[in-house]
Ligand binder design. Structure first.
Ligand SMILES: [Zn+2]
Length: 322
């Protein structure tokens, strides 16, 4: 296993660090010679059966991973939390793909009930993922790491700092996934704006009129997650499934109901923005972009709203998944 020496972000000691996969390998983030990173537009223009790999597309043989945790901490978190998240993510992804006629964009929402879910442990792995995404030496978010370190260390601790951070869940249905599979391209790690899986540390967006939001995101085929830094945001996110009850749950398994979870696809959001003649998208998170579309539609008067809905509907007719 690959290692390097550094300060572990959990125990804060100088130790050998090993590679932490986000999301866990069990969700599909295993890497391999077919795992690639690039902008979706480069993938679309590349004829993979006859052309060599273009310079814009990079191989990512280890999958998406970070040197952030020591071997002991990694195996401690692995043993306590990972399986709970992997089972949760896999079941939700299967559920998403079973729904044959997922309506893309346009406020599409799904409700799913699940048995024997330890919500706290699912949430802990989600926090652990954001911990590593924001824990690399050159992009370390000390405030976030300090805020959740004890929460992660103590398995039964459900004292998540909900006044400082909010985590929101959505279904991430990348429209190109079936197509990618046919081409035997791994769907992991296709990163950048208007693309496939987005995983990145905290970024800040200024939205005009003094509105701002700071967030980190893990949008991976099946489940999408957005971590919002509430102290540095005043833009209200009302869509998505708020994980507050997961983050503060008791440490036990029970039946849960995920209700009204929005389904996002990068492509349909891009098309909506085009239909509504939004300015060129800023590379923002899917959740934020969907929220802006929703707010925009709400701000219209009756006649403008009808016109916008016609445009969106016309666009929907041209959309299909094979
Ligand atoms: Zn450690």
């Amino acid at each position: 296993m690959a290692t390097k020496t550094g300060i572990c972000i959990l125990c804060q000691q100088e130790k050998k660090l090993n590679l932490e996969h986000v999301p866990p390998q069990g969700v599909g983030n295993k890497g391999g010679k077919n795992t690639l990173t690039g902008d979706l537009r480069d993938f679309i223009s590349w004829n993979s059966s006859s052309e060599p790999l273009p310079r814009e597309i990079k191989r990512q043989p280890k999958g998406n991973a970070y040197y952030t945790l020591c071997i002991d901490c990694n195996s401690k978190l692995g043993g306590a939390y990972v399986k709970h998240y992997v089972d949760f993510a896999k079941e939700n992804k299967e559920f998403l793909y079973r729904i044959k006629n997922v309506k893309l964009g346009n406020n599409s929402k799904l409700t799913h009930s699940m048995k024997d879910v330890n919500s706290l442990r699912v949430a802990k792995e989600i926090v652990a993922m954001f911990f590593s995404v924001n824990g690399e030496v050159d992009s370390k978010d000390v405030k976030f790491l300090d805020s959740v370190r004890t929460y992660l260390k103590e398995v039964e601790n459900n004292n998540f700092p909900i006044e400082k951070y909010k985590i929101v869940l959505n279904y991430h249905f990348p429209i190109f996934a079936p197509w990618m599979k046919e081409l035997h391209l791994a769907t992991d790690m296709i990163d950048n704006e208007s693309t496939h899986n987005y995983i990145r540390p905290f970024v800040k967006h200024e939205l005009g009129n003094g509105q701002k939001i700071r967030y980190s995101e893990i949008q991976y085929e099946g489940i999408g997650l957005t971590l919002i830094d509430l102290e540095n945001s005043n833009y209200d996110i009302t869509i998505g499934y708020d994980l507050k009850n997961f983050l503060t749950a008791q440490d036990k398994s029970k039946k849960i109901l995920l209700s009204n979870v929005p389904v996002f696809t990068p492509n349909s959001i891009l098309l909506m923005e085009k239909a509504l003649e939004f300015p060129e998208e800023s590379g923002a998170d899917l959740l934020l972009r969907e929220q802006r579309i929703l707010n925009y539609i709400k701000s219209l008067n009756q006649k403008e709203r009808e016109e916008a809905e016609l445009k969106i509907r016309a666009l929907g007719k041209n959309r299909s998944i094979k």
